[in-house]
Design a protein around this ligand. Sequence first.
Ligand SMILES: [Zn+2]
Length: 374
Amino acid sequence: MTGDGRIAAVGANADVPTPHAARVFHFPDAELLPGLINCHTHLELTQLGGGVKHDEPEFHKWIWHVRTLKDATSAEAFYEAALAGVRECWARGVTCIAETGSTGAVMRALHDLGGRGIVYHETFGPDPAQCAGSMAELEAAVLQLRRLATAQLVVGVSPHAPYSVSAPLYRASVAFARREGLPLAVHIAESQAETDFVRDGAGPFATLFGKRSIPVEAQHRSPIAYLAQLGVLGRDTLCIHCVQVDDADVELLRAAGAAVAHCPLSNAAHGHGRAPYDRFRNARVPIGLGTDSVISVGELDLWAEAAAAGLGGEAALRALTIEGARALGWDSEIGSLEVGKAGDVVVQTVRPSGRPTVLLTVVSGKIVHHISGQ
Ligand SMILES: [Zn+2]
């Protein structure tokens, strides 16, 4: 690697010259991979793992339960959770994350530890009357977090989901993001309850709106078509989940150049069903894999996500590296071992079966995880 943390050469030891001052490691019986990319995390929720029922059958109740737990958590606890979450990623060979959160804790943790990622700051406000207040909060938070941004640490914006964001707030937050050149992430087409709410103005989310006297409007279209109509979908938009989609929705995503974060284990844990991974691939919609939060899936294991997506071997490796990079728009920078790309690499035990042990993790040429004795 070069002094600025980029890959200078790739090849067999005999073929690659060893620069004079380089630190040399030998790992017999190990493999060198590009660092893995987790396209959807909520690391600020890491420490809430034991506190949430994984098996709450009703999604809207689960969402409410998470909000209640978050309200009872201090800023310090979120930061500690974020530090632990980032280190956990590195210990599992993940060198880049796409995080959505509302506290800024993961941005601070990645900044302080020297990590790589995009942190999409969430905005909420189901009532159109909340739009101005939510935007003021979002803009102030993004202004703060942007001070921590670097070439490898980017701030984005995430209007959360159709049952937590009004149409005016979608429009305003997306206009803000585009004006400022910030990438977008949205939770979309995740549950049947969400589709019932968007399409028909019905179901449990509509009942919750009724209790809070928030107006509900049937859109007579799918959640993806609703976002397309609002102008949310673009080359800068990462669409998380995308389970409840048909061929017309896939075409809308393709035409907009939007990307998908596929979270098969989270979708299964909540009983949402399966996203049509192959249809996205066939349509050339960029798609990466994400673990979602520990409170959804129990632990963050990207290899298990790949297996749940029906992928093994080289296909799994590509999905977790270069295809994830493409979904985040970072494929010219990371995702493969190529001269000139950032030195985000992982050394792990060869895995004939079972989970590999990650021996060394490097982000931009800097060692961030190293099992001593190796
Ligand atoms: Zn999520």
